[in-house]
Design a protein around this ligand. Sequence first.
Ligand code: ADP
Ligand code: ZN
Ligand code: ZN
Length: 838
Amino acid sequence: MEDLFANQYPAANSKNLYADIILPVPIPKWFTYSVGLDIQDQIGIGYRVMVQFGKKKILTGIVAKVHQKAPDVYQAKPILDLLDDFPVVNALQIKFWSWMSSYYCCHIGEVMNAALPSGLKLSTESKVQVHPDFDFDNPGFPMDDREILLLETLSKHDEMNVEQFDQLLPGKTSHKIIKSLLGKGAILVYESVREKFSPKTEQRVRLTSKYIGKEGLLESLFEDLKGKEKQEAVLLKYLQQVSVFQKPEANAKGLEKKVLTDHGCSPSSIDTLVKKGVMESFKVLVSRFEVPPVSDHGIELSPVQQEALQQIHRQFEEKNTLLLQGITGSGKTEIYAQLIKDVLQSGSQVLLLLPEIALTTHLVHRLQKIFGDKMGVFHSKYSDNERVEVWQGVLKGKYNFIIGVRSSLFLPFDSLGLVIVDEEHESSYKQFDPAPRFQARDAAIMLSWMHQAKTLLGTATPSFESYYNAQNGKYGYVKIDKRYGNAELPHFFLADILQDKKKNLLKLDFTRLLREKIQATLNRQEQVLIFQNRRGYAPYISCDECGWIPECEHCDVSLTYHQYQDELRCHYCGFKEKVPVSCHACGSQKITTVGTGTERIEESLSLLFPEARIARMDLDTTRSKYGYQRILEDFSAGNVDILVGTQMITKGLDFDKVSLVGIVDADRILFYPDFRAGERAFQQITQVAGRAGRRDKTGDVIIQTRRPDQLIFRQIIAGNYNDFYRLEMAERKQFFYPPFVKNIKIITKHKDFKTAETAAKFLKNLLMDIAAKKIILGPEKSLIGKIKNLYLFEIWIKLDRSGNVQQFFKQQLMDRIAELQADKRFRAVRFLVDVDPY
Ligand code: ADP
Ligand code: ZN
Ligand code: ZN
């Protein structure tokens, strides 16, 4: 213990101590600063510090390392100030950030930015303000001219940043004066004092202590209040709610003021009682999260689930990562719950990752019933304050189990024992923009490894990556192919779109079979899910005469038609305009909408089934924080007969009354131009089909397609994942696709077409020279060649899988990009690197 200490914190009297600082700027390396004597015995990993960066900026950064080695190329500047009494992040987190930046080819400052909730975040420009207690007439120290000038200017503004001072005081002396005024308590530096996080409080009232235990005194109080009915009412209500007579100690907690006012008490009468000294008002900190009471009904695992659990335990003895492939409805949640209980009992922490869209569903509720307020939820739609509250909860040990979206990987865990990634195949685990462009499943495995914890990947339809690793023995593998309670799998039907079209049986995109099945389901008063893939269905408008399609002025895409607001919008830059009344090319007024988005399908359904109650769930209808939840609750309460939706409806639904699932157009999923199209089609169709029929009811699934002969449909219907996998993998091997190679995509962006292209060409040439097993494709204009007035070019790299090759290549890649960026011609070019870009 003592040795370890000595390493991290060299003796307080040593003179040359240095700290490597992570700064929130896109620079590749840590910067080394010297640690002044005054803070040598406080500073450590994870503390926030203020440092000067470049000539003008003062930045706040995080200490990554403390050591005694002076930098050899530059003279270390001193740390200006230490901002915290305790570290805000731990050493494991910094290790994780560091791995992420090197694996995903980005700067550690970018990872830090993604990791810290902005309530804790360090702004790049430290703001300065006059200390509220500072008194100009009585400063308490002699001020020189420059200090007076600075303070006077500052007092005219709410706050200023350091750059503004530089203009005020020539000769770059401002930071010294700031430092000195800071030390004298005359000014404040923004981050160090005004925490952006504000805890939630509740206003409460109680009787002042003199009345407690003295019934006589209370009686005479009522005498005094005779005629003041409103005050009397307050007192009576209070005594009714808080049993002061039976339990005098209950008074200490008091009563929320709102309870009184909700019961009709007048706020001003409450205030009067407070003024009189009869009551007192006080504030308490409360949680932003309401947790339902724990009510674990002691669910027993079925024999099949028991067996799976045993196998998981057994295989975890040898393997760190395990793939649990359990068909939809096999009850993976109950198995997770058992595993989580065990790990929590051993004193370790647990993280359960869920894809974005599944968060507000029965799974969370189910687990909340078991784990109550030990479990924290980390949602992407949370406000900053809510995020900080979860962060603090983990830090202080309030939560030892977190269920959350991909960014919950960054919470300050210090002893994870188990990480579960549910629906591990989900593509929403990948972050596309901004950097770090990480895959949360893969990052979870690394995080777990750093904690020496176990990782469980759960899904009905594994990603090829995970299945591959399970097949070659790198991961453990456990399979459940029975539904809980032996509920039957649904019956599948293929409906031929072209056949129906020929026979004039296709109505508003619905085949006769699907229409008849919907009608029959409605007649039985059961529910229907209609699925439409999100990709490639954005509706647009087009001229019937000449084919003109309105496009965005800034991007290379057609504008999307939003029926609800009756406008056209660009999904890349937000540009919008009214729907034109006539064609801009030929002037014709015959303008129609094209595309079969969910909105259009909803409309068709309401024409086909006018008596049915129809709802829609997609990005548009779930934008608000609880939008998703509201629609699901409505559906589960039986207020909706048909629910139309995108990917979102493929998970988190577990409703007994759904007996029909319709897939409007399976071909678009299958024939999407991407080597993963088949894998995705298998996953999506299987997942959405899994929503049909539960327990004692068998459901039906109708797949509409123009190509019912496709082999993949037979494999999906038979649930034959393994056959499907083997055939697809043969192709991937032949054409060098993942998981046989690793992909890296690089995009160059510039406002000038030629510059973007030339930069990409130069980069490609530099990359060709790197001695690593690779194939480099491109550069080519991106599929969408212009976004927000910037032109985009792409380079694709297929890289050998071995760890050494990857590490070497990535390091070289970053060096070459830095080299190009130093070139005057390419200074304004942006280079985006995306590792595992899918
Ligand atoms: P999966 O996530 O594998 O698709 P779920 O965990 O949603 O499956 O379980 C399917 C249904 O079966 C749920 O309604 C769940 O409550 C129920 N269930 C699963 N296991 C049990 C069990 N051991 N006892 C009672 N109900 C169970
Ligand atoms: Zn645009
Ligand atoms: Zn036209």
